[in-house]
Design a protein around this ligand. Sequence first.
Ligand SMILES: NC(=O)c1ccc[n+]([C@@H]2O[C@H](COP(=O)([O-])OP(=O)(O)OC[C@H]3O[C@@H](n4cnc5c(N)ncnc54)[C@H](OP(=O)(O)O)[C@@H]3O)[C@@H](O)[C@H]2O)c1
Length: 347
Amino acid sequence: MSHNILVTGASGYLGGTLLAQWASTKLPAYQKLLVLVRTDEQSEAVKQYGAEPIRFNIKDEASVTTAIIENKITIIYFLIDATAYETQVQMIKALSEVKKQTGQDVHFLHTSGAKLFSSHAGFPTNAPIADNDPALYHLQKTSCARYPFVAKALTANNTIIETALEYGVKSYIFIPCVVYGKGEGFGNKTSIQTVAIVNTAKKLRRVCRPDPDDYTWPVSHVSDNARLYLEIIRNILSGKEIGHGKKGYYLASSGSVSWNSIYTAMAKRLAAQNIIENDKVELADSQALEGMGAALGCPKEMVPLFLSGKCTLQAKHGHEIGWRPEYPAEHILEMADAEVDLILQKS
Ligand SMILES: NC(=O)c1ccc[n+]([C@@H]2O[C@H](COP(=O)([O-])OP(=O)(O)OC[C@H]3O[C@@H](n4cnc5c(N)ncnc54)[C@H](OP(=O)(O)O)[C@@H]3O)[C@@H](O)[C@H]2O)c1
């Protein structure tokens, strides 16, 4: 059966890279690739990838429902917002209506984040845990997040899984981690955490780490991240039954590195570029945290949420379905100079 696919967030870092790779990847047949856009420029840009632009207001229930049902969309890749769930719930309900009308299987992929599987979310971090561990749903459901922002995103994951189950939609929770590398799309080319490191360093004229402990975090090159999105769609289009719903978590990561190693590698380049006084990485005191918060636009208490934390989640699920990341975890350290230069060019 042929699918109509909707991809969102294509002018973004992750979505742009996904769309660029989509165009050069051989996938099983599908009917149509629709891409949500908000401007005429975006509309023109997505056509170069063989996609059809579509516009609707994701905040308007009727607009979301009509777009999905009228276009008989059967697969949605959501890459807009990891914290809210209202739009996703609406999309899931509309997919279920398409299923009723066409008899086709319908799929919803939500892009989440590794923070929700970390110390920030009160997730257990005393041992490695695989993304295909059947306990994951229960662990998320019972997690007590330290920050309201994270609690909201946890609710989003749980609500999406539960709504999809209720409405007969297969759901997938896609988990990007610290993503690096130049975005390959037509829009945003830079990531989140690496930009945060550069911005806080610029503000303080030094690199500070918010935590006394040197925790590790999963990392991924942006093209490997896109490859996992594509491997999931390849499996769906092939009609293969892959883990979904409560067993539908997919971490895009080739391994973990310590935050301090990332800081140290980036500090070297920042010092060489005269952005900071020297390449020493210092533990942030209260005043430094205040400055880092100002650079990130958040209170100092929230700085660790953006720039540290412990996450022991491991990527196994993607490997099970055929995903093979190209770059080992340490590649992020080798690419630190290029990452810093990319971010400085943008700012
Ligand atoms: N990058 C990472 O390292 C990373 C790590 C973990 C999780 N994530 C999560 O993954 C998701 C995507 O991240 P990203 O780095 O690709 O973000 P991004 O570069 O900021 O892209 C966001 C995308 O969402 C679109 N968007 C925002 N509001 C919209 C709306 N109301 N209607 C339609 N489109 C809208 C943007 O379109 P416009 O261009 O029109 O604004 C853009 O295409 C986010 O939820 C993020 O938290 C990212």
